[in-house]
Ligand binder design. Structure first.
Ligand SMILES: Nc1ncnc2c1ncn2[C@@H]1O[C@H](COP(=O)(O)OP(=O)(O)O)[C@@H](O)[C@H]1O
Ligand SMILES: O=C(O)C1=C[C@@H](OP(=O)(O)O)[C@@H](O)[C@H](O)C1
Ligand SMILES: [Mg+2]
Length: 166
């Protein structure tokens, strides 16, 4: 079983996941990093050179494969829109990092490396969150509010709940 982090871009999945894994002595993998390794280029270039459909196909394969090993796994924000990935999440501990549009757009900034947000970060986040929030909610075994809290605080709370003693 893995500890899997889901949530919108800017919710802190990559940052919190890394620290949580360190606290618990578990391995950490960020699926976006694995995709970049497999394809051999950054996410933004994968979208530009091959398109979103190709990215989603690689994401599906990488996510499902990584769910087969133990540790902490940070998913990409859009991965939960894929039915095969949703099915593969069954039986895992799925932590939803909640974030408001305002905080997420401040965190990712205007020069984001996230191709889906380019042009109008706030507007795109509103659309994505409207579509995805019910899905995040339905998959989560635990939900954590991250607004107004640092990523270290969020990670340490999750680690403490799982037996990490400060
Ligand atoms: N709770 C938090 N408070 C403030 N900034 C945060 C928080 N979590 C993450 N960040 C910052 O927001 C940015 C996006 O975080 P990241 O972990 O990449 O999010 P995600 O993987 O969910 O898109 C990073 O610069 C990170 O340092
Ligand atoms: O929301 C999305 O569809 C995406 C989020 C990104 O990951 P983060 O959620 O870690 O930013 C990355 O997978 C890709 O740019 C697509
Ligand atoms: Mg990430």
């Amino acid at each position: 079983m893995s500890i899997v982090l889901i949530g919108a871009p800017g919710s802190g999945k990559s940052t919190v996941g890394k620290r949580l894994a360190r606290r618990l002595g578990l391995t950490f993998v960020d699926v976006d990093h694995r995709i970049e390794e497999v394809v051999g280029k950054p996410i933004a270039e994968i979208f530009a050179d091959h398109g979103e459909e190709y990215f989603r196909a690689v994401e599906e394969e990488a996510t499902i494969e990584l769910l087969g090993s133990c540790g902490v796994l940070s998913l990409g924000g859009g991965s939960v829109m894929n039915a095969a990935i949703r099915e593969a999440l069954a039986g895992h501990e799925v932590i939803w990092l909640k974030v408001s549009v305002g905080q997420a757009s401040r965190r990712v900034g205007l020069n984001t490396a996230r191709p889906l947000l380019l042009g109008n970060v706030r507007g795109r986040l509103i659309e994505l969150m409207r579509e995805r929030t019910p899905v995040y909610e339905s998959l989560a075994t635990e939900a954590v509010e991250t607004d107004g809290r640092g990523s270290a605080e969020v990670a340490d709370q999750l680690a403490a709940e799982r037996g990490w003693a400060q």
